[in-house]
Design a protein around this ligand. Sequence first.
Ligand code: FHN
Length: 490
Amino acid sequence: MATPGLQVTGLPLTVARFLWQNSRTMKKTLLLFILVIASVLFNTGFGAEPSAAEQAAREARIKWFRDAKFGMFIHWGLYSIPGGTWKDKVHKSGYSEWMMFSEKIPVKEYEQLAGKFNPVKFDATAWVAVARKAGMKYMVLTTKHHEGFSMFKSKLTPYNIVDATPFKRDATGELVDACRKAGLRFGCYYSVDRDWYRPQGPGNNYKQNNRWDYPDSKKEDFDKYFKEFAKPQVEELLSNYRPDLLWFDEIDMKTDAQVEELYQSIRKLRPDCVINSRIQGCRFPSKIPPPHCDYITSGDNEILEKAPGFEWENPGSMNTSYGYNQNDHNWVSAQEIIFRLADIVSKGGNYLLNVGPTSEGIIPQPSIDRLVEVGAWMDINGEAIYGTSVWKVHGEKADPGKGDGKAAAFNMHFTAKGKTIYVICLGWPEKEVLVKSLGRKETPAVEIKSVSMLGSGEEIKGSQGDGGLALTVPKEKPCKYAFVYKLELR
Ligand code: FHN
């Protein structure tokens, strides 16, 4: 018996009709197949691809970001005053910028911190100089973190750095000016979906919101807060500071319509502003290119397994906390930072590395020490980082047992620029380096014209065999860690 409504023609469809009519299992399989195809098409954005004009506009605005590779993230707000200790309770790890939430501090008590915020040692030019010396090309400041305090002059609330503190200076404005003078790009971090200060901020029943002050808040409250406060504040940032980047953070509170509304308002006010993927939440986008953003933000300190085929950025911290935490001594080494940078860049990503200044306005010394070391490395090896793209493979594991340290430290990362391949060796090899990915069998088309090591004047010999490219090692190390071979191709 023919199934009503199922009109199919053509040989494959006749077969499908036969199966449909003759087997229950086949019927189920067919339905499943149709569902899978539909979901693949849906998730890859079938029918919703950006237009050629949209792609060209994105290409123009993302260029600087794609080439920059390395930026400074700054978590600075009222939380820098407790700095990891609240009423003698010491938080040794965790995010110090979450103090209001961790200790369930009532708004009335927390807001008293504004009256004590007086970072008299803050010097925007000095912060920018630290970033530049480290080789960073852009800066992103927390203009409003989850605590709800605005680190910029705002007409929408007196709870801001100019109107509510003895400091009375607009730190955001000063940083924007200092960045512009030094040729750095500037980005505003803004927490739309989570605001512990405002009754409407909690909005729904999400567990990490301020339910100690506002137990009864509802989704409609969030809608009002979004419309009357958060979105207008983002517009204020765009109009007053003209940021190159908007860095949204966190949970999936907004409806798709609200994401669209926010996105359109940004595009209207500042078409060139780069937007990160957390505009719609923390989850990794289900399709590429993702809508409403120019690049993907990975999880905190999360380095992707492989290049996603779209620009991305890792927000990384040097210790556990992003905000200043006097008790958190869990620092990663400068060497580890360089390794992470090489890993990220070899997969087409950017590294947004955080500092958490004190309430006096000082970038902590352990951060400065590390950034100075990274900068010394970048001075020699920066050409293997800036403006590069991914190569055929992002890396290669070295043979265990070779070299003067642990095998993992000898892994290599690759980046490429035109007819040049950079091989970033994490360890110093004893005798020679064998780059298996560049063997004649693996890459028969690659013909090496010349070989050198960045920062070294010594002659390097390279011989390409079936199993790999063997490179000699200079007598002197050009830097402390992560040595870069530059291979120029014919
Ligand atoms: O909750 C925040 C956290 O405090 C910090 O700002 C990081 C940086 O990526 N973002 C959130 C967690 O993903």
